[in-house]
Write a protein that binds this ligand. Structure first.
Ligand SMILES: *Cc1c(COP(=O)(O)O)cnc(C)c1O
Length: 382
């Protein structure tokens, strides 16, 4: 690798190559300006008002209904929410959804964390953890003794996506399928009948802020939540999914939520539904992914990190650079030019750029980003 000391501010990307919006981070991610404008217009009557009153409850209700519409949830499925983000949901699921033993596909930073939470729980048996190397995903083995299969729709740390299916021959009455969809939800397609609990947070494809978790739960998952809560297993109130379920049914949360976060997320869900629903949102991600992977495939110095093209995520692209270009310097120069958060996942330690392609991000801006990267790479090598 050429180690030249470069003043990143000294490389100016021509204006005609720059994207219309320079935010490509994987979360918090780009929020559409129209949603922020709508929040501003609603500020005087919405922000700073009680979350136990209709004005806020109506937004929570619209959000729950909007998600049910976006995902075409079948009758009997419900949308739950609470505070704490997806990381809290792993602990809540450890207390309230795993009966005795879980199985986890572990193929990156995020998927490994739920497995670790289940392993640490003294009231559960040791989980089965199926691992694979970064940039790949493990296959699913059926283990009759597990009562939860834990999948990750999109492993945000590596840019690997997986199709969601029930393990062969396993019914929801035997084992629940739990899916961490934090970065996938709203950007990738899935069929609700294949999943019992599809959980996520607002700061990725839903173009809002962090701090909340949301979950689409099947009748079998609801039955499990209620049964475990009644079993007498001790659990902290903030992690008790039965209390979250009771509150969600009243369009509330157990404790005070961030109102702006709810509002912005509802705006994003409405934008998706008004424009054609999940097909529209996922279609934008498909277009962005086509733009970046076609560029990387044709590039002399950039390569998609994920070797199997069907596993390459349509919401998060990880792009390796060869030894002629330092990805950290590229990200730094981009940042100095207003194009931010393209750094790779820190713990992966590769010469890599990582680019979010969530629905709010313009596919044309992803194409412009590739032109910016080429410009910077040329400037660094000359
Ligand atoms: C971002 C992310 C998380 C963590 O979400 P928080 O809301 O910050 O807890 C978990 N899983 C995946 C797949 C993610 O992308």
């Amino acid at each position: 690798m050429l180690t030249v000391s470069i003043d990143s501010a000294a490389i100016t990307i021509p204006a005609d190559l720059l994207p219309s919006d320079g935010r490509f981070g994987c979360g918090p991610s780009k929020i559409r300006p129209a949603a922020v404008d709508a929040l501003h217009r609603a500020a005087d009557t919405f922000l700073g008002t009680s979350h136990r009153q209709r004005r806020v409850q109506d937004v929570v209700g619209a959000l729950r209904e909007g998600l049910a519409q976006l995902f075409s949830l079948p009758d009997g499925y419900e949308v739950m929410l609470g505070n704490g983000g997806s990381t809290l949901f792993w602990d809540a699921a450890t207390f309230g959804l795993i009966d005795q033993r879980s199985l986890h596909l572990s193929f990156g930073e995020f998927s490994s964390k739920f497995a670790a939470a289940a392993k640490a729980a003294p009231f559960l048996g040791d989980p089965v953890v199926l691992e694979s190397a970064a940039g790949t995903r493990p296959g699913v083995d059926v283990h009759p003794e597990v009562d939860v299969y834990a999948f990750t729709h999109n492993e945000t740390s590596t840019g690997v996506m997986m199709p969601l299916e029930r393990p062969a021959g396993v019914a929801a009455s035997d084992a629940l399928v739990l899916v961490d969809a934090t970065s996938a939800a709203g950007g990738l397609r899935w069929q609700p009948h294949n999943v019992d609990c599809y959980y996520f947070a607002p700061q990725k494809s839903f173009a809002s802020d962090g701090g909340l978790w949301l979950a689409c739960v099947s009748p079998a998952a609801i039955e499990r939540i209620e049964r475990i809560a009644k079993s007498g297993r001790w659990m902290p109130a903030i992690l008790d999914l039965s209390q979250a379920l009771d509150n969600s049914r009243k369009d509330q949360t157990l404790n005070t939520p961030a109102l702006a976060t709810l509002f912005l997320m509802n705006e994003q869900v409405r934008w998706m539904n008004d424009n054609g629903g999940l097909e529209f949102a996922a279609g934008r991600c498909d277009q962005s992914a086509a733009n970046i992977y076609a560029w990387a495939d044709a590039s002399t110095y950039a390569t998609p990190f994920v070797a199997t093209s069907a596993d390459r995520s349509h919401v998060v692209a990880a792009i390796d650079l060869d030894g002629t270009v330092d990805a950290n310097v590229v990200a730094k120069v981009l940042r100095a030019n207003g194009v931010v958060d393209t750094e790779s996942y820190r713990k992966l330690g590769r010469n890599q750029l990582r680019v979010a392609m969530f629905p709010a991000i313009e596919p044309g801006d992803v194409a412009q980003l590739t032109r910016c990267i080429d410009f910077v790479a040329d400037a660094l090598r000359s």
